[in-house]
Design a protein around this ligand. Sequence first.
Ligand SMILES: Nc1nc2c(ncn2[C@@H]2O[C@H](COP(=O)(O)OP(=O)(O)OP(=O)(O)O)[C@@H](O)[C@H]2O)c(=O)[nH]1
Ligand SMILES: [Zn+2]
Length: 294
Amino acid sequence: MYEGYAKGKFRKVRVDKDSSFNKNITKSTKKDVKDIVLSPKVGDIIHYSFESDQYMITEVLERKNELIRPDVANIDQVLLVFSAMRPDFSFNLLDKFLVILKHHELTPVIVVSKVDLMTDENLKSLKEDLKFYEPFYDIHYVNSKARIGIDTLDGIFEDKITILAGQTGAGKSTLLNALRPELELKTQEISDALGRGKHTTRHSELYEFGGGYICDTPGFSKVDFEFHDYTTLKDYFVDFAKYSDQCKFGHSCLHINEPNCMVKEKIKSKEILQSRYDSYLNFVEILKNRKEKY
Ligand SMILES: Nc1nc2c(ncn2[C@@H]2O[C@H](COP(=O)(O)OP(=O)(O)OP(=O)(O)O)[C@@H](O)[C@H]2O)c(=O)[nH]1
Ligand SMILES: [Zn+2]
């Protein structure tokens, strides 16, 4: 019996038994899960046998998380690549990604790319605003073209399944190239790895990268909320959640019209970033409108 990741479609299942990565997997707790046995997705840890030239999946282990679009399981982290400019940095989109990732219990790593395109003054101001995120999220600033700032990302891929997300043109391929020049990934491979292969209908795959794996993420530049209840949004704003026990209505406070709301106080005193609250109100409206439609 062997154990490994489903790296692609079933016929592509393979295992490098000697890598430390796979030794880690072998140590992981094994649990039978009956309801997912039928169709393993990329990232699934599977047991399989190999007999007479035939691979046979005998078991799919419990998933720690999963996404549907992209169709990947057991993701350890999501590299959110956001360019400082071209396209312009969007706090609203960043907040949207952060809410969606929190909903799926996925860990984000924020990478601000193309910092070289900004004036010093604008970059300073961007960094000041992003300071509000730093207590909760890991943030890196890079100029991938000149390979500046990327050393802080060294080692973050090790033993992990990482997916990349971010707007078209944010600099995802350039960043991967900057990180692993020794791999000399051909443009086409990187393009495949990021889900922009010629075949738009093909499945996701895992690629070995920096001691772990990155997964291509077709369609992960545009994301949408996969829940309808706007009252749960507040829980996905980790900086609000920190203060909600000090609101008069505690954890049930939506921080909108309630009296004695500590979150609103903290926005006034500039301890929570105003644009975080703007995003919050915007998402509440989006979900409310959606609810009324259905
Ligand atoms: N000046 C500067 N340009 C960059 C940087 N990173 C990427 N670019 C440029 O931005 C453009 C888009 O970069 P890509 O790496 O292709 O972006 P992507 O996120 O992979 O884009 P899609 O393939 O559309 O998803 C390219 O022309 C890059 O050369 C950077 O740090 N600084
Ligand atoms: Zn409140």
